[in-house]
Design a protein around this ligand. Structure first.
Ligand code: ZN
Length: 235
């Protein structure tokens, strides 16, 4: 991906950070700094880095599941909107695509469960003080965002994992292109619903609606021109 820096290589997979992600971190730093000074800025950036560590592990979930089916992932790139694992090809069988798509959110389920366990243990051990512990506060916040990551990714619309899960389930009984088209329509229907809710409520939903709508169109176009490489498994 252009404008990205290689920061590590894990099990033969390059981990890259997009320059926009560095700008995003700088923005987080300054906005927290203005409200809560240096300690606030450090905590804010620490939280975002922990969150994106979870996003990275999610992408590795996809990559390792794909590897089990002989599909390589040359790189994973972190962007402010999430991570992108670039799979060299799409799995051949629908059940394989299902496994690859589920593997990502499953990682966040495991992380959330582990964090909830740790927070509860700390609460038992430290009793009242735990509410004032910034470490425990960070961990419980991280647990909630992992739950949100799971829910968001399971929205049955491209380019979210839920869209791929839906397509894989449909493709078990329908031809691949038709399964993709139906999944794309369902995704676009959801995008319209989000857009309408966004107009009357949270403007963030309008952004998500555009994102989903474009993802559905792209996915349908790829399925029509089958044989061309899959651009990315986006979340
Ligand atoms: Zn994913």
């Amino acid at each position: 991906m252009r404008w990205s820096l290689k920061v590590a290589s894990v099990a033969g997979i390059e981990v890259r950070i997009h320059l926009s992600f560095l700008l995003f971190l700088a923005w987080i730093w300054f906005s927290y700094y203005q409200v809560a000074g240096l300690p606030g800025a450090v905590q804010g950036v620490l939280f975002i880095l922990s969150l994106f560590a979870c996003v990275l592990l999610h992408e590795f979930g996809h990559a390792f599941a794909a590897r089990a089916f002989g599909i390589a992932t040359p790189d994973i790139t972190l962007l402010p909107i999430g991570g992108v694992a670039r799979l060299t090809r799409i799995p051949d069988k629908p059940w394989q695509e299902l496994v690859v798509a589920i593997a990502g959110p499953l990682v966040n389920v495991v992380i959330a469960a582990a964090l909830i366990f740790v927070v509860h243990r700390s609460a038992e051990l430290e009793q009242l003080q735990y509410l004032e512990s910034p470490r425990v506060e960070l961990l419980s916040k991280l647990a909630s965002v992992n739950v949100m990551l799971v829910l968001f990714n399971l929205i049955p619309a491209f380019p979210m994992d839920g869209g791929r899960i839906l397509r894989a389930l449909l493709a078990m009984t329908l031809p691949y292109a038709q399964a993709t088209q139906i999944a794309a329509w369902i995704g676009q229907g959801l995008a319209v619903v989000f857009g309408i809710f966004g107009l009357f409520g949270n403007p963030l939903l309008i952004f998500i609606a555009f994102f989903i709508f474009a993802g559905a169109q792209q996915e349908a176009a790829i399925a029509r021109a089958k044989g061309s490489p899959r651009p990315a498994a986006k979340d």
